[in-house]
Ligand binder design. Structure first.
Ligand code: MRU
Length: 347
C-alpha cells in the first residue's frame, strides 16, 4: 500500500492533509508558494524530510509563477526572497535548510539561462529531491532491518513514516523493511502529545499495512518497558549534530533515558540530510516553540484555565550517550559517533 505524501502535478504541489488524518484522507492542492508555506506552518505537511521536499517544490512553484522576464538574472531577487520566506517556517528540522541549499545550487548553475529553462530546472530538481528521498528511506530500511529480530516489539514516537517523508519513512521504513523480509512484528506507539502524530498518523500508517499496532499515552512508555513488552525503540530525527546528539519530537529524550534504564536499545533512523555538520553538539540546535493552543485546547475544547502560562517546545535533544546507533542510507554508526559521522561526509 503506497501512501502518497506529496507530489508535483500540473504545476501545483499536492499533499495529503495530515491535520485531517485519520478521519479523512483528503489532498490539498497548492497553486502558489504561499499556500505551501501555510501548509508547512500549520502542519498540513510535517516531518523533517517531507518539510524539505515541500519547501523545494514550493520554491519551484513560486519561481514558476513569476511573470516572464527577459533574462534569467532578473529572477534573482524574487528567488532569494522566496527562499528566505521558506527558511522562516520551521526552525528545527535541518532538512528544510538542506533542501533550500539544494535548490539554490540548482538556481545558481542555470542562472545565465533563459527564464523558462530556469523554471524547468527548478521544478525538475524539486521532483528529483522528492524521488531521491524515497530511495534513501528504502536504503535506511535495508540497513536497519538487521537490527530487528523476528517477533520483536518496537516502540516508536511521533511519526517518522511515509507521511513524514516523500514516502516509506525512516523509523517506520526500518519497520516496513523488516516486515517485507517476513519478520513478525508488533509496534507500540506513543500518542505523542500535543499534536498526536503517533496516535493519528503512525497508527493510521501501520493499520493501513496490517502491521499490528498498539497506541499508548506518552506517560505509559516507562511502565510498558519495565513490563518487558519492548525489545527496541526506533525513532526519527529532525536534526543530528556532528557528535550524534539528536533532536526529535518532544518526549524522545525521556524515551531514550527510560530505554537506557531498562536495557533496551535506542535507535535513530535518519537520512544524511538530517545531519548538521556545522554544529558540534545538540546544544546548538534551535528548538521550535509552538502555539499555546496546541496544549490548552483539544479538538476545540478548552482543557486548561483561560490565561494559564504555557510552554510548548516542539522538540527535545537526546544526548548521544543514550543512542545505541544511528541508521542512515550510508550505513549504521555507533559510538564514537563523531568519528563515524565524519567518515560518512569525507567519502
Ligand atoms: O513536528 P513534526 O510532526 O514535524 O515532528 C516530526 C518529528 O519529530 C519526526 O520524528 C522527525 O521529523 C523525523 S521524520 C522522518
Amino acid at each position: 500500500m503506497t501512501i502518497r505524501t506529496l507530489y508535483w502535478e500540473n504545476d501545483t504541489v499536492v499533499m495529503i492533509d495530515q491535520n485531517a488524518l485519520p478521519h479523512e484522507e483528503r489532498y490539498l492542492v497548492c497553486k502558489n508558494y504561499r499556500e505551501v508555506i501555510t501548509a508547512i506552518n500549520d502542519m498540513t505537511i510535517r516531518g523533517a524530510p517531507a518539510i524539505g521536499v515541500a519547501a523545494a517544490m514550493g520554491i519551484a512553484l513560486g519561481v514558476l509563477n513569476l511573470p516572464a522576464k527577459s533574462r534569467g538574472e532578473c529572477l534573482q531577487d524574487d528567488f532569494y526572497r522566496i527562499c528566505d520566506e521558506f527558511s522562516g517556517t520551521r526552525p528545527t528540522a535541518v532538512n528544510l535548510f538542506w533542501a533550500i541549499e539544494r535548490i539554490k545550487s540548482c538556481f545558481e548553475n542555470v542562472l545565465r539561462s533563459g527564464t523558462s529553462d530556469i523554471k524547468n530546472a527548478l521544478v525538475e530538481e524539486a521532483i528529483h529531491i522528492c524521488e531521491e528521498d524515497i530511495g534513501i528511506n528504502r536504503q535506511i530500511g535495508i540497513y536497519g532491518r538487521n537490527l530487528i529480530k523476528n517477533s520483536d516489539t518496537i516502540l516508536t514516537h511521533c511519526n517518522a513514516g511515509a507521511l513524514a517523508t516523500a514516502g516509506y519513512g525512516t523509523a517506520l521504513g526500518v519497520i516496513r523493511a523488516a516486515r517485507e523480509e517476513g519478520k513478525e512484528l508488533h509496534v507500540f506507539v506513543d500518542e505523542t502529545r500535543p499534536v498526536l502524530q503517533g496516535a493519528r498518523l503512525t497508527a493510521w500508517e501501520m493499520k493501513k499495512e496490517n502491521i499490528p499496532v498498539t497506541v499508548i499515552t506518552d506517560n505509559m512508555a516507562g511502565f510498558v518497558m519495565k513490563q518487558g513488552k519492548i525489545n527496541l525503540v526506533i525513532v526519527g530525527a529532525d536534526r543530528i549534530a556532528s557528535n550524534g546528539d539528536a533532536a526529535n519530537k518532544i518526549g524522545t529524550y525521556s524515551l531514550a533515558v527510560l530505554a537506557r534504564e531498562n536495557n533496551i536499545p535506542f535507535y535513530i533512523a535518519a537520512p544524511l540530510s538530517t545531519i548538521d555538520m556545522a554544529i558540534k553538539s545538540g546544544e546548538e540546535i534551535p528548538i521550535e516553540e509552538r502555539d499555546e493552543d496546541e496544549i490548552t485546547n483539544f479538538h476545540g475544547v478548552k482543557t486548561a484555565p483561560e490565561g494559564v502560562a504555557v510552554y510548548n517546545p516542539a522538540f527535545d535533544v537526546t544526548p548521544n550517550r543514550y543512542i545505541s546507533a544511528i541508521i542512515t542510507e550510508a550505513g549504521i554508526v555507533t559510538t564514537p559517533f563523531e568519528e563515524g559521522i565524519r567518515k560518512f561526509f569525507s567519502k
